[in-house]
Design a protein around this ligand. Structure first.
Ligand SMILES: Cc1cc2nc3c(=O)[nH]c(=O)nc-3n(C[C@H](O)[C@H](O)[C@H](O)COP(=O)(O)O)c2cc1C
Length: 328
């Protein structure tokens, strides 16, 4: 089996959970790990907030030994702040620190960070070199294939990354202008990773064997990263590992399995945040578990208003009854 090596850290496979702000908190990361993810990422954290010891930001980066190896992702627009934040991430217990060079969100762009940096290669080089020198743990980056369709910047950024001591590059193969929707550009991805000397991992639209194979068949693709396709569907990691590496096909998750994960997720969330906050935070993520269930409107409404354990039990009862009426 292909195993990814990131600096001195060898993963158990080459299938990674994507960082997702507001989603990949500790409860979800533990579920992804139990489903077979080779590596998990925290939600992105502002480097500036970290160096100002913002407690909310530090809480985002709480790590459990049960999820190791774990990457802490930071964003920022200057090399000093990023290097100081990387040291804090290391001290918090990160195994790997990742620099976000792919996020188009306004709160990230306004500090000149994320995808905004991709149009300033000199600054990218300076930030990468400074961060790599500031910590002994591996430093990785997550980028976009480009800003606008047809404008591949990844090829050049990968070269800069290699020369700066970066140990892995994840390429979200959608253009920044696409946001998180539309097809990834596999051809440009193949061109970008051709001949790379460090692992290049593919991301964007991977939800099953077919979409994973599209990337995996590219000779210099070292692994895949899954975002939304893994939420409430944690066995996807084991399934794709078996399929891509051993040509074995495992069954897709059943509705009952998804319901069990949802219950487990709510329990982890309550244990971690407390009863009320734990359930309210589940509202954002619970939708992913039930997106192919019958009576979506009613389910959505129940999720959006749940506050108490009784609300959650009613939701589970409703979707269990629903699932038993659905044949597929
Ligand atoms: C709700 C949400 C939050 C995200 N937050 C982050 C983030 O914090 N850092 C990051 O690098 N990418 C972030 N992304 C992008 C994902 O990591 C990933 O690149 C994107 O979802 C494409 O992968 P997918 O098609 O498998 O979902 C986020 C995406 C979503 C949908």
């Amino acid at each position: 089996m292909k195993k990814l090596k990131i600096g001195n850290i060898e993963l158990k496979n080459n299938i990674i959970l994507a960082p997702m702000a507001g989603i990949t908190d500790l409860p979800l990361r533990l579920l992804a790990k139990s489903g077979g993810a080779g590596l998990v990422y925290t939600e992105m954290a502002s480097a500036k907030a970290l160096i100002h010891h913002d407690e909310k930001t530090k809480r985002l980066l709480e790590i459990s030994d049960n999820e190791r190896p774990v990457t802490v992702q930071i964003f920022g627009g200057d090399s000093y702040t990023m290097a100081e934040a990387a040291k804090i991430a290391r001290d918090i217990g990160a195994d790997i620190v990742d620099i976000n060079l792919g996020c188009p969100a306004r709160k990230v762009a306004k500090v000149g960070a994320g995808v905004k940096l991709l149009s300033n290669k000199r600054l990218v080089h300076e930030i990468l070199e400074t961060v790599v020198k500031s910590v002994a743990i591996p430093v990785t980056i997550k980028i976009r294939i480009g800003l606008l369709p047809g404008q591949n910047v990844a090829t050049e950024i990968i070269k800069i990354a290699q020369n700066s001591g970066i140990k892995m590059v994840v390429v979200h193969a959608r253009y920044a202008s696409q946001g998180h929707f539309g097809s990834p550009d596999l051809q440009s991805f193949a061109a970008a990773c051709f001949g790379a000397k460090i692992p290049i991992v593919a991301n964007g639209g991977i939800v099953d064997e077919k979409t994973a194979t599209g990337f995996f068949d590219i000779p210099d693709c070292s692994g895949i990263m899954i975002g939304r396709g893994a939420i409430g569907n944690y066995s996807i990691f084991k399934r794709l590992e078996k399929f891509l590496n051993y040509d074995e096909t495992l069954p897709v998750a059943s509705k009952n399995e998804k319901i069990e994960w949802l219950k487990q997720h709510a329990q982890y969330s309550i244990d971690y945040y407390g009863k009320k906050r734990g359930l309210v935070l589940m509202r954002k993520v619970a939708h992913y578990y039930v997106k192919d269930f019958l009576n979506a409107t009613k389910i959505r409404c129940m999720i959006n208003t749940m506050v108490t354990l009784a609300d959650f039990s009613n939701l589970i009862e409703f979707i269990v009854n629903n699932a038993s009426q659905q044949t597929v």
